[in-house]
Ligand binder design. Structure first.
Ligand code: FAD
Length: 352
């Protein structure tokens, strides 16, 4: 046994999912620490673009225990979300240590060794809540590395002015692609490349409606009832004000797919070559689970086999927040509370 203290639980990550777990852990007699590799509080929200807002009003975007303060705007801004998370940490005196990057986890006989870039921790159980922001995904398109213009992923995009007067290719048909296209097209000449034809939700469908629909589906499935699927596709683009405005300007059109990059631009499927100064990849993320590779297997997206939030291969490891595979709506502020609560209950029972 090590001479060091063995905590009951270590939470890896310090975003909304870690805070929700911390909230429930502090109501138990388990001792725990949260390790986050960021310098400041706010998790991935610190890296959102300057104009990013939530899809839902504050009262429907809250972590357990304390409602997010009302915003002057209908939908809270990125900075308001960060402020809420920082205040939440203080309010509940959550024991967060940062910046500490967890490099890997090793399994010892009946505890884990958690190796960070500064020191080593030990615990009986682990909650991994490291999100996706650290793993931006860029597809491997032929010639990508030969393109001499600027390339960034939406994970690092901040503001349209960085592309003023440029010719910019925006890749990806999701919400990030649509929102970034909407604002960059005001200051630059933009072209939208998508694999599929972008599909838009009706104007009056926002995060509230989507969450209510997802909840109805969840409860119907739980009761073994059939869910009426004639509703909205949750993956379609939400018509936030900036996207509506871009529609008015008639810029929300996709040019389809391209085959490869050249040194100066791309080669479209129809053989047309087009030059660009910059490319913004809005092509999503993988799960940031590299630190767990010594103790469990992951698929090519970083996903780990779970039952509920608990790893099937490693019984003292829980995963919270990453997406639907770690619980219903667990990658949202309002949804993660439920999975955090059941995870902590599960850990309590397990460590008894
Ligand atoms: P994160 O916020 O990513 O936090 C994980 C933390 O762990 C980070 O601080 C990270 O740096 C740290 N970390 C990672 N690896 C390590 C390591 N090895 N060691 C130590 N620390 C580590 N959700 C909503 O509820 N409403 C919305 O309107 C909404 N809009 C969104 C819009 C966009 C464009 C995007 C991309 C997401 C949106 N989301 C929204 C989803 C939500 O923001 C994310 O799912 C959320 O950030 C996930 O929280 P998390 O705590 O799981 O992960």
């Amino acid at each position: 046994m090590p001479e060091h203290k063995i905590h009951d639980v270590i939470i890896i990550g310090g975003g909304q999912s870690a805070l929700a777990c911390g909230y429930y852990l502090r109501r138990t007699d388990l001792d725990y620490v949260i390790l986050d590799n960021q310098k400041e509080c706010g998790g991935a929200w610190q890296h959102g673009w300057d104009s990013l807002t939530l899809f839902s009003p504050a009262e429907q975007s809250s972590l357990p225990g304390w409602l997010m303060p009302k915003s002057e705007n209908e939908f809270p801004t990125r900075d308001e979300v960060i402020d809420y998370m920082c205040q939440y940490e203080k309010r509940y005196k959550l024991p967060v240590e940062r910046p500490l990057n967890v490099k890997e986890v090793e399994e010892k006989s009946d505890y884990f060794k958690i190796i960070t870039d500064k020191s080593t921790f030990y615990s009986k159980a682990i909650i991994s809540a490291t999100g996706t922001w650290g793993k931006p995904f860029i597809p491997n398109i032929p010639g990508k590395d030969s393109f001499k213009g600027k390339q960034i992923h939406s994970a690092h995009y901040r503001k349209p002015e960085d592309f003023s007067d440029k010719k910019v290719l925006i890749i990806g048909e999701g919400n990030s692609g649509a929102q970034i296209l909407a604002e960059v097209s005001k200051v630059a000449d933009t072209v939208w490349a998508t694999l599929k034809t972008p599909e838009f939700l009706p104007d009056d469908v926002d995060g509230r409606v989507l969450f209510d629909q997802a909840s109805a589906k969840y409860y119907a499935e739980k009761k073994g009832e059939k869910f009426d699927a004639s509703t909205y596709n949750l993956g379609n683009i939400v018509m936030v004000p900036s996207v509506k405005e871009a529609r008015e300007r008639d810029v929300l059109h996709s040019k389809g797919q391209f085959n490869s990059f050249t040194e100066t631009g791309v080669l479209w499927e129809n053989g047309e070559e087009e030059a660009f100064d910059a490319v913004i990849w809005c092509t999503g993320f993988r799960y940031a689970t590299d630190h767990l590779q010594k103790i469990v297997s992951t698929d090519d997206r970083g996903k780990i086999k779970t039952q509920g939030t608990r790893s099937i291969e490693e019984e003292n490891l829980w995963l919270v927040g990453y997406g639907g595979w770690t619980g219903f709506a667990s990658a949202t502020l309002i949804g993660v509370g439920r999975t955090a609560r059941s995870t902590v209950k599960d850990i309590q029972n397990r460590l008894k």
